[in-house]
Ligand binder design. Structure first.
Ligand code: MN
Length: 439
């Protein structure tokens, strides 16, 4: 029997909402998983990629991560991991540094045996280079085998990687695929193999509504029962509370009604998202946001989805000038490619150091390869509705990942960024790029 914790998409270093508190939350979530691993005495922690949000984590993120990994190491629990698209760099991987420090094992095509299970790894690979993959994994003589991989696999949302191909072309018969990239936790059976995402460990996007957690995976036919050889159970994590308030205003109702609704919720230390629909009087988002934080919320975001006056006036709130910018951009006939560039430059999920390279790569992706030249045509104003939404300070979660990078040093990455959708409804993807933008 081998019992492991399967986690991923930790996104350490993500200053969501520009908040240092949120930044700490992402590291805390990793620590909480490790606490459970130590308390539960599991045989290993398996990490399916995106330990870091950015390929250039700050020193504080690195030191925090090393401290947590050291606790795991002190408890004698191996940390087995692959490289995700967020953290991948051309000049070597952070995971290799941790391996060098004796704190991690980077999984690959050779088996790493823990107990009676052989673990293999498949880093994130851009779509353009997947045809070259031969899925050649070295033999093992363990009782069970698992593949840990980062990517958007079938049969889950936004999939672009055929799971059955991986399983049928692999030299090894896997009992489970332990995945990362999609932030929505889910489990399914493909070609008699269990494939599962544990989801992110903190909400990297407000579209990630359901509770966060990780998987406890037991490789043991007796435990699993029936025809199964693997048991996958989900464990919940106690993460930052997110409160979602929707207010439908009626004729004559306004800000006081919104406040009333907001006050019905426990706002203490929460991230609060307020959505206003219906009729009623104008509401100043900044005032509601201030009200919510006065009432104890850590962060508040208000989005008013009601029809705006047709006279073209733009309502700028100090709380979220990004919304005003976005509204204005919606009115312009920008091409998809131009929007893409604009967003890369403006939004803060791509670190300044990465902007130039990211823009270059994204334009090249459209020009080269499959040639997405239509993307340079002007788009009707107001189109592309998936992007006009609440919290523009995130690019992750519901959307394309800004800083995925080629894991090989020499070739340019010619792949549209992998998406990490939470919801198939584009309107709920929080102003983020969705996979549809690339299809
Ligand atoms: Mn991720």
């Amino acid at each position: 029997m081998t019992r492991v914790i399967h986690t991923g998409d930790t996104h350490i270093g993500y200053s969501q909402y520009h908040s240092p508190v949120r930044r700490q939350d992402f590291l805390d979530a990793f620590e909480a998983v490790v606490d459970d691993a130590v308390d539960g005495g599991v045989d290993a922690v398996v990490h399916a990629g995106d330990l870091f949000h950015d390929r250039r984590p700050d020193l504080q993120d690195l030191m925090g991560t090393i401290s947590v990994l050291r606790r795991l190491d002190d408890a004698g629990i191996p940390f087995l991991a692959v490289v995700g698209n967020h953290e991948s760099t051309r000049g070597g991987q952070w995971l290799d540094l941790f391996e060098r420090l004796g704190l991690a094992t980077r999984l690959g095509d050779e088996p790493v045996v823990v107990g009676d299970t052989a673990f293999y790894g498949l880093d994130h690979v851009p779509v353009s280079r997947r045809d070259d993959l031969d899925y050649a994994f070295a033999d093992h003589d363990a009782d069970y085998a698992a593949l840990v991989a980062h990517g958007l696999f079938e049969p889950f949302g936004y999939a672009d990687w055929d799971t059955e191909t991986v399983l049928t072309e692999s030299d090894v018969a896997f009992d489970a695929m332990l995945l990362g990239d999609n932030h929505t936790p889910d489990t399914a059976e493909v070609a008699d193999t269990w494939v599962t995402y544990p989801g992110s460990t903190e909400r990297a996007s407000a579209s990630e509504r359901e509770g966060r957690g990780y998987n406890l995976v037991v490789f043991d036919a007796d435990t699993a029962g029936g025809d199964d050889r693997v048991e996958i159970r989900r464990r919940a994590l106690d993460t930052r509370p997110f409160v979602f308030v929707s207010v439908e205003l009626r004729e004559g109702e306004g800000e006081s009604r919104v406040r009333e609704r907001v006050r019905e919720f426990d706002l203490a230390e929460a991230v609060v998202h307020v959505e206003i629909t219906g009729e009623g009087d104008p509401v100043t988002p900044a005032a509601v946001e201030e009200f919510a934080t006065d009432e104890g919320a850590l962060i508040a975001r208000v989005v008013d989805r009601r029809e705006v006056d047709a006279d073209g006036e733009v309502d700028v709130s100090f709380a979220d000038p990004e919304d005003a910018v976005r509204d204005r951009l919606d009115e312009m006939a920008l091409s998809t490619a131009a929007r893409d560039v604009e967003r890369t430059v403006r939004e803060d999920t791509v670190s300044d150091a990465n902007v130039r390279e990211t823009v270059k790569r994204r334009v090249e992706e459209r020009v080269d390869g499959d040639g997405d030249l239509d993307a340079f045509d002007a788009v009707e104003a107001g189109g592309d509705g998936a992007e006009s939404d609440a919290d523009g300070d995130e690019w992750d979660g519901g959307g394309a990942e800004p800083n995925g990078d080629a894991s090989e040093p020499t070739e340019p990455n010619t792949e549209p960024e992998a998406a990490e959708p939470e919801d198939s409804d584009p309107a709920s993807t929080d102003g983020q790029v969705s996979m549809e933008d690339y299809l």
